[in-house]
Design a protein around this ligand. Structure first.
Ligand code: ZN
Ligand code: ZN
Length: 121
């Protein structure tokens, strides 16, 4: 994986929500499961787990959407204005948040390390 410059910054399409990440992502993968297809409205979603303590909302207040995903309870955080999904949390993984990599300001370095759920790709 190409190492980007820290901190990483990003936000939703309308700019109401901005975030900052102070540590390198733990992983970067493209998920092709049907949940991600539906939620992203495209063929797959780029997910980027980062350590919870390294993730900071810099501006705005995302709205939570609680739901069940593959047997675990999760919360998706999105912008109330433009509806853009920014990151997700899962109660089975309290130490990391799953950032939608497509919301980063600089996406040029993104190279997924893995592709998941290729059956529904
Ligand atoms: Zn927005
Ligand atoms: Zn998925």
């Amino acid at each position: 994986m190409i190492k980007p410059k820290l901190p990483l910054t990003g936000g939703c399409s309308c700019g109401a929500i901005r975030y900052r990440i102070d540590a390198f992502p733990l992983l970067l993968y493209a998920c092709h499961c049907t949940d991600c297809q539906r939620q992203s409205g495209s063929a797959f979603a780029m997910s980027m787990p980062v350590t919870t303590t390294a993730f900071h909302i810099a501006k705005g207040a995302p709205k939570p959407w609680r739901h069940e995903s593959r047997g675990a309870e999760g919360t998706s955080w999105f912008c109330d204005d433009c509806g853009g999904r920014i990151y997700g949390e899962r109660n089975t993984r309290p130490n990391s948040v799953n950032v939608r990599a497509g919301t980063l300001d600089d996406t040029t370095w993104l190279r997924p390390a893995a592709h998941l759920f290729m059956r529904s790709a």
